[in-house]
Design a protein around this ligand. Sequence first.
Ligand SMILES: [Zn+2]
Length: 451
Amino acid sequence: MPPRTALLALLALGCHSRVPVATAAAPEEIPALLDAAAADDELAWQRLTHLCDDIGHRITGSDTLTQAIEWSVSELEQDGFDSVTAEPVQAEGWVRGHERVSVLPDNRLLNVLALGNSAGTPDGPIDVDVVVVTSFDELTALGDSVAGKAVLFNVPFTTYGETVAYRVAGPRLAAEQGAVVALVRSIAPVSLNTPHTGVTNFDETPPIPAVALTLEDAEWMHRRQRDGVAVRIRVDLGAHSIGTVETANVVAEKRGVEFPEQVVVVGCHLDSWDVGQGAQDDGAGCLLAWEAARDVISLGPSKRTLRLVLYTNEESGLAGGSAYPGAHPSDRHVAAVESDTGAGPATGFRVHAVDSTSGDTDPERAARFIARLTDSDFTARENYAGSDISPLVKTGTIGFGVDHDTTNYWPIHHTRADTLEKIDRQVLQDNVRLTAGLLMWLLNTDDEQLE
Ligand SMILES: [Zn+2]
């Protein structure tokens, strides 16, 4: 298609593409073309604003997540992809309901958020004594003396990956020792009395009420215990499971002209927790991936196929990420890129390689990619790339995580404060440009560079 016809076709589609080039750009032109494409962020910013302010937070099973899925399909259909599909995914739904946790005897209310998969108190509020532990070993040592009590895990934040184990597994382990309530110090480095929700997994153990406390309240309870003063609380929760729900991954594809069977995925998760607006987690990541894909398409055909995936149910079960490889069994996924660590300035990429036979991380393969990226003027280090793409990475696909500065991310992650005004528009634009550059490299580099 000659350039003018392509432009008219794009205009007819209502596409806001800035650089309507119909043939592949010469390699030396690519940086300037990407700069020009990324410089126009009006549509991306409008879309992020719509997602946050008009749709709002988007937990699995909610009408707002369905709305976000339907809206993104209709928007993507105007963006010049060859196909846009909502791929059905089944996931487990959970509803927060009311939540009141207070300190007895004066009934002083605490600022809390129940954890995803928490049980409620359907027979009315329960009153329990609190036992504070600072490690799994301490809990184990207490044996069944915690039966009938509330166990509080007051574990200071080191790294997210390390500390989050207390939120994910702590309530189940407490329940297995007979505790009737689990309290978890919010997984965050600092706090302005801010509770952070997140998922907890009970597996086959019957769930108990599980609640995130603020750092302030966790420390206060711990000080009371050290001072020999008993803490007794009243827990009143409406949390409950809503069983299996239908949701979807949104998949938009631009086919490659030379190796269409080779697929490069760029992704994020469209769902969020049910507080705040899901702006940093992961609305901004979605607009980053989406806009980077749009910029790449605007530069004309690529050798390989580009696939944008807005995953569902990352927060409360990873059903979207887990379902994706099975929905595409015959595709050869040569690389997967994800943005899910906020909206801070990104300096480069985290590279994650897994040996698909042993399931172990493969640092040598990651190092080879880091060297190639460095040769192409990117910055990269070895680390976990992202949870939505992790099922693909386990099959041997090389994974890249956009490596944001997370200084301002963990303090608001999974809180009511995850709202649009925290996103810096210029930083988002810079991150889009960086990611579009990586996608261009992955889509067009020589085959041996991707081994
Ligand atoms: Zn996330």
